[in-house]
Design a protein around this ligand. Structure first.
Ligand code: GYE
Length: 343
């Protein structure tokens, strides 16, 4: 089934590209463009899978890329293409167009943000290339533009954090205290940011004594979060909770707190809430620096492969698949548990 479809698609694309590229090279005066590596079909019956990854902004992301790489190996029957978009949607769109021109069998997209995908996904559809969306979602007019999505329920992750905080404050006898929350958001417009933010905002709205002191943009990186939190703490130290939308962000907040001489974690003044549960986050949680780390599982390679195998078998994969997740606190963690996770 695959061979047939791709051969047709590939040939047409190759013909179109063969006409277009020399012209483009002439017009741009850049002969190199004609040398673009046009590949119509993976060798030896391999399935070609072309992945557009967000970037390398966090430990979560690195684990996600690694999971794809180790799943789609030649030994497993795949030819794997990988492009790092460096956090830019325009890079992803260019990459997707190149993958379409190459006539790959499958495109896997981890989108930076949710919106702005209709056009390029339509192009993939017109070329007969199934697109599997992973991690963050795409917000498109026509759901048929992608074959399936697999990732996390980000809003639920936020709700889990809110529920935990409510219980924790109660246990501490602080249920009626004024609670000021410093909120460090991830990449704006990414599903993970939108969901975790919504979960928090709804939680705050449901508690008269909770307040969001400020919403800062940490862009899921340690460096950016350190910068914005340090700047904030220079103005005000009146904070009870810092809610950072991923582990690397939380490490940046910890750096800023250390510098400001403010204590945090199980024995400190500021409660730290984090997301991802990567090794770095969980190690900080085990030692009591992070009070709560909500899990977000990055090991999507095998899940994406499942979807591809279903399509190969002529089946229609489930449109949306949510991964089951948990959360960690210092009292539930052990060294062994962290080591066994492997990322
Ligand atoms: O939490 C963060 C990464 O979208 C779930 O992106 C992903 C998030 C993850 O950079 O660490």
């Amino acid at each position: 089934m695959r061979g047939k479809r791709i051969r047709t698609t590939g040939k047409n694309l190759f013909a179109a590209a063969a006409l277009f590229l020399p012209l483009a090279a002439l017009l741009s005066g850049c002969g190199k463009r004609a040398a673009l590596d046009l590949q119509t079909e993976a060798p030896d019956g391999l399935i070609s899978v072309a992945f557009s990854e967000v970037g390398a902004e966090s430990d979560w992301r690195v684990a996600n890329s690694e999971s794809m790489r180790t799943t789609f190996t030649e030994e497993n029957g795949y030819e794997f293409y990988f492009e790092d978009a460096k956090g830019k949607q325009e890079n992803q769109i260019t990459t997707l167009r190149n993958y379409i021109l190459q006539g790959v069998d499958y495109i896997v997209l981890a989108p930076v943000v949710e919106t702005g995908w209709d056009e390029v996904l339509q192009e993939a559809k017109d070329a007969g290339i199934p697109v599997i969306v992973v991690d963050r979602m795409v917000d498109v007019e026509n759901e048929d533009l992608y074959a399936a999505w697999v990732g996390s329920d980000f809003k639920k992750e936020g709700e889990v954090a809110v529920e935990w905080l409510e219980k924790y404050l109660e246990e501490q006898g602080r249920a009626d205290e004024e609670i000021r929350i410093l909120h460090v958001m991830g990449t704006l417009g990414a599903s993970s940011q939108l969901g975790r933010t919504e979960g928090l905002e709804e939680g705050v709205a449901a508690h008269d004594n909770w307040e969001i002191a400020a919403q800062l943009q940490g862009d899921y990186t340690q460096a950016k979060t350190y910068e914005v939190v340090a700047e904030y703490l220079a103005e005000s130290e009146d904070i009870d909770v810092i809610y950072c939308e991923n582990d690397n962000s939380t490490l940046g907040a910890i750096q800023a707190l250390d510098e400001a001489g403010i204590s945090y974690g199980t024995d400190g003044d500021v409660i730290l809430i984090s997301f991802d549960a990567t090794t770095v986050g969980l190690a900080a949680c085990l030692e009591g620096s992070i009070n709560l780390d909500v899990e977000c599982n990055p090991l999507h390679g095998p899940r994406v492969e499942q979807i591809i195998l279903q399509i190969e078998a002529g089946e229609t994969p489930q449109k949306l698949t949510y991964v089951d997740e948990t959360y960690f606190t210092p009292d539930t963690l052990t060294e062994e548990l962290i080591a066994a996770r492997g990322y």
